[in-house]
Design a protein around this ligand. Sequence first.
Ligand SMILES: Nc1ncnc2c1ncn2[C@@H]1O[C@H](COP(=O)(O)OP(=O)(O)OP(=O)(O)O)[C@@H](O)[C@H]1O
Ligand SMILES: N[C@@H](CCO)C(=O)O
Length: 372
Amino acid sequence: MKIIRVPATSANLGSGFDVLGLALRSAPSASQRFGNFLELQIKDLGQGSLSSAPWNCEIICHGEGSELLSSLVHENLVTQVALYVLRCHGKEAFPSATTVTLITAIPLSRGLGSSAAAIVAGVMLGNEAGDLGLSKERMFDYCLMVERHPDNIAPALFGGFIGAFMDIARIEIPLSEVLPKLSGDTDTSLLPIHKPPLSIGCYHHYRLNSDIKAIIVVPTFHSNTAEARSQLPYSYTREDVIFNLQRCALLPVLLGEKPLRAAKISEAMRDRLHQPYRTNLVPGLGEVLLELRYDKYPGLLGTCLSGAGPSVMALATQNFETIAQAIIMILSEAQDVHYDWQVLELDPDGATCNDTNQDFCHVEESESRLVG
Ligand SMILES: Nc1ncnc2c1ncn2[C@@H]1O[C@H](COP(=O)(O)OP(=O)(O)OP(=O)(O)O)[C@@H](O)[C@H]1O
Ligand SMILES: N[C@@H](CCO)C(=O)O
């Protein structure tokens, strides 16, 4: 059996909209078996076929939000992406009967990269099922054909603290043609094939000071990334663009320094391109960004929206619970919902795929939760 694991990610870090991202995981502990991963347990049943499964594949979903995921292979994002990768290599279905057990510990639509993790896992699943031998660099191209911004995909795939750009102009194909709506009996051999161009994206690993942890405050409500992106203006003033360019250029270096300069980091995390337009989606966000100051909370470096939200992230070196509770207090005043929080650390590895002779790992629903 093969196990694919993809970490949660937090994109943007304030000024680095669509550029910067962190791969994150729980601090290793015996009790945290699944950490903050999307995990696929893949059982290749050999040359036989799953006569009851139209794509020669079955998928079973467990864990955080799995009740919201389709168990139809042509509708679940993970297996849809895998079928896309297989189609690009002349295979209309899984080559041999395959059972995928999907266990997710990344809350959906909360700004922790659940969709990017699903896309990365899907590309890796297609690569394994089709025995395609794709490098991670080539898998990056396939992922970008689907996600179309690199700041969750790159850290989810490669791990660590990453900056990335992509040449979106080289992807003329609408996503609806890359991942067409399929039904159980669609004859995919009639569909056009849209292999990604080579080297669409470029990424770089930055050093993150090892004292830095990510405090993630996760509300119970969802915020769909597509909707959060639709809130953004199509054009910006030169002043606002320069404001972010200046800060985004310095932030990665400041986060790798020793000793850390909280005043500079806090200023370098400020943003004018996305957070101001998303405060309506995340009540209290504006107040958190204004009031959580590094000089009021020892250990605090800066706060930002995690990805497209609604989770809020604070980068800090100590005093985690005090900072988390201060964020929750402000957010709760704006919208009285339940908030979970957890301290996560950098995941240096990104997506992994390993063989195991273990049988399926049956997960206790409570074990697979991301936040405590
Ligand atoms: N494990 C999964 N398996 C299948 N589909 C998934 C999985 N995780 C997420 N998805 C799909 O991705 C959607 C959530 O994507 P969305 O971009 O809105 O949020 P996010 O990726 O969690 O947040 P952000 O992009 O801001 O980090 C879900 O509604 C579901 O369709
Ligand atoms: N840069 C993306 C990240 C989504 O996780 C956005 O903010 O829309």
